[in-house]
Design a protein. Structure first.
Length: 476
């Protein structure tokens, strides 16, 4: 900690709260978009009668767009600044939303999903960057948690909109509502400045000092600018070659492995296709399905994320990952078992229109799965990705892991329904359970406990095999 940070009274300025609001809106935008498609699919199917492949494309190409967006976001955020990158993301997002909501057919709808995804991808990198660069060290952790919370609240709000609108099949309205957080994002960011880090990077020192006086009024702006310049000098040594060099292979493997495994656990198959899954579990009416989705997936997700936000620094990353992955594995086995039973249900059983015992078991399994994910893999993967890389390669390392996360999300949402169609629902869930087993092994074998270590200590740990082995065994 620097002397200026130590002298600082623990008070967060109004300016930083305003930055927090921007980050909150980025998370809502991301989350709403993750959740809304689950309710919109029913109406889209009625209007356009698409094949399974087309349904998968409409659902999943938003993640493909986001992957591209995340990859170019770093360059855009460096060239235009974080603030303009976010405005651009919001504008792209609104264009994508309009294309979707007004689409005359599935082609325009798919293009809309791709465009909107690019906006989400840019915001998912530029938002947390803008937030963390504007926060003092003591607020940085809270900023990341705030973002993760906002994503889950966004998913919940989308499910709620789905529930309210489902009977009227107004899928166009469900999708159009997504423009609202984007417009609010622009309104929230217009009165703000860019981050001091970016101003220093492009040599606009007076503006950097001006922001610092607003964000951290109690600190001497000149000293902070010098600190930022020194940190940037260290940051800028690395090029892409170094990110993939043998020296930093271990943190890269940890970050990339967790990013991919988070998605192969099947979380977004459930988030995106929740209504379809509940329909298969015997919840017959669209209202029953969206009610189950709203509370069993959306509500549980928000509450369990809150648990992680409060406990992650007390329990540590590794134990939470272990407990969460076991919970996910066992609950997925339960869901797979329930669907194995449901596949055998006779036509007369199904005709009652009510979920039977197996349907309720599937519901219980999904609740336990979502809760286990939300206090472990959901938030912790992002915490770990942001803390394992040394300063010189952090930006590019985080971008690589984020893009891989989107790519894995695409794989799962693109092929989930096909796997169900060509094998069975229970086989698909068994596969996800298998990947949770891999996560348990990966956690035990590769992930060091980073709780309570400064970023510099984490950096030194990679180059000290004994220390690393102790951290992986989680012994002091
Ligand atoms: C994941 C998202 C997922 C969300 C669910 C996040 O940590 O990265 O893909 O939709 O959690 O809450």
């Amino acid at each position: 900690m620097t002397s200026t940070e130590m002298d600082r009274p623990a008070r967060t300025s109004r300016y930083v709260y305003a930055v927090g609001l921007v980050l909150l809106l980025c998370g809502l935008l991301f989350g709403y978009d993750q959740g809304v498609i689950s309710g919109a699919l029913g109406g889209i199917k009625e209007d356009f009668d698409p094949s399974t492949l087309v349904i998968e494309i409409i659902t999943s190409w938003v993640t493909l767009g986001a992957m591209i967006g995340a990859l170019v976001a770093g360059v855009i955020a460096d060239r235009l600044g974080r603030r303009w990158a976010l405005m651009l993301a919001a504008a792209i997002f609104v264009i994508g939303t309009l294309l979707e909501a007004l689409a005359p057919g599935t082609v325009v709808l798919t293009i809309g999903r791709l465009v909107l995804g690019a906006g989400v991808g840019i915001a998912s990198v530029a938002g947390p960057l803008y937030g963390s660069e504007n926060a003092a060290a003591r607020d940085r952790g809270r900023m990341v948690s705030l973002y993760q919370m906002a994503v889950t609240v966004g998913i919940f709000l989308a499910y709620w909109a789905n529930y309210l609108l489902i009977e009227s099949s107004t899928w166009r309205v469900m999708l159009a509502i997504a423009a609202l957080p984007a417009v609010l994002l622009v309104l929230a960011i217009v009165p703000l400045r860019d981050s001091a880090t970016w101003y220093v990077k492009v040599g606009r020192i007076a503006e950097a000092e001006d922001v610092l006086r607003r964000a951290e009024p109690e600190v001497d702006a000149g000293t902070r600018v010098r600190e930022i310049s020194e940190a940037l000098a260290a940051d800028e040594q690395a090029d892409w070659g170094e990110v993939f060099s043998a020296r930093w292979r271990k943190p890269l493997v940890v970050a990339a492995g967790l990013a991919v495994l988070q998605q192969l656990s099947g979380i977004n198959a459930i988030i995106y296709y929740a209504n379809v899954i509940f329909a298969a579990a015997g919840f017959d009416s669209p209202t029953q399905q969206s009610l189950a989705t709203l509370w069993a997936v959306g509500g549980v997700n928000v509450v369990a994320t809150l648990v992680a936000v409060f406990w992650v620094d007390r329990f540590g990353r590794k134990p939470l990952l272990t407990i969460g992955s076991w919970g996910m594995l066992l609950s997925l086995l339960l869901v797979a078992g329930a669907f194995f039973r449901l596949d055998k249900v006779t036509a007369s059983d199904a005709a009652t229109g009510q979920p039977g015992n197996a349907g309720h078991l599937a519901l219980v399994g999904m609740v336990v799965f979502i809760a286990s994910f939300a206090f472990s893999l959901g938030p912790i993967v992002w915490t770990v990705i942001n803390e394992v890389f040394p300063a010189q390669v952090r930006g590019k390392g985080v971008a690589t892991a984020t893009a891989l996360n989107w790519m894995a999300a695409w794989l799962v949402t693109q092929f989930f329904l096909s796997v169900v169609e060509f094998t069975s629902t229970s086989t698909a869930f068994l596969m996800f359970a298998g990947f949770c087993g891999v996560t348990l092994w990966f956690n035990a074998r590769f992930i060091p406990e980073t709780k309570g270590r400064t970023l510099e200590e984490v950096q030194r740990m990679w180059e000290d095999p004994e220390e690393l082995a102790r951290a992986i065994r989680n012994r002091d």
